[in-house]
Design a protein around this ligand. Sequence first.
Ligand code: FAD
Length: 256
Amino acid sequence: HTEEQWRPFNKTRVYMSDLESALHYSLRVELASHSIISGEDLTALRRYISVLDKYFPGRPPVKNALKAVNDWLQKQEGTSINYSDFRAALNTRSTDSYLPKVERWVGCQGSKQHFRGYPCAMWTLFHTLTVQALETKSRDPQEVLQAMRRYVSSFFGCRPCAVHFEDMALESMNRVISLRFAVLWLWSHHNQVNARLAGELSEDPHFPKVQWPPPDLCPACHSLKPSGEHTWVQEEVLSFLKNYYSAQHLLHDFLS
Ligand code: FAD
């Protein structure tokens, strides 16, 4: 369950509590509705866990737990797995290896129960992973984006979201040829989603959808063409994202 009390937070920072809560929710709640996982869904799960193992900038025990789950999953040779076995692997814990069982939204808190939370944290998680892939000089520029695409397509509970995301992926994801481009691809497509959803009923009135980062967060990201039209300064956006979503910049408040 989501804890009810409001946690004051810094709107200019990313919270580890949101990232760990996203892991908990996706692995223990969202996946749990699939009692048997096979075919493309199993591939999607393997890719997702593999990028989490490689790039999740977690606390040591959380990283150890993700590694253990990835090792377990890679060892499964059949064409399907039971969710109950996966859950058992997930819940195997020791003092230096565990995935916290807690849903505690901080930067992703909504002004009401049904706002924000998990979908907000999924965006946050994947932005963080694209930045980590860049920082660690991953070999495959599309690895994180394709893992996100497959996860969303197979498991993301909001099915209209999955359909929209697949449309965007189909149109341009295969043109991503560098790790920097991958970070910017996710940023620009998230902004497309923000533009589409601005003013909709799903929007939390306390967190209006804006083209992000707004000028108060990153003045240098914005510029005007001679015609007066707004334009993004992509190099500045990239350095902003690299800092905003970097492992060193994450806040560890509110963790249990
Ligand atoms: P979110 O959009 O969730 O963003 C989370 C945080 O990321 C923001 O608070 C901000 O700090 C940061 N951020 C915002 N924009 C950017 C950016 N461009 N680049 C980097 N960081 C940014 N909802 C629908 O109703 N219809 C849909 O079709 C839909 N599709 C979705 C597809 C995916 C893949 C996901 C993960 C979610 C989707 N959602 C959809 C949910 C929706 O996008 C929001 O997550 C939700 O409405 C909560 O919004 P939010 O205000 O918390 O901000």
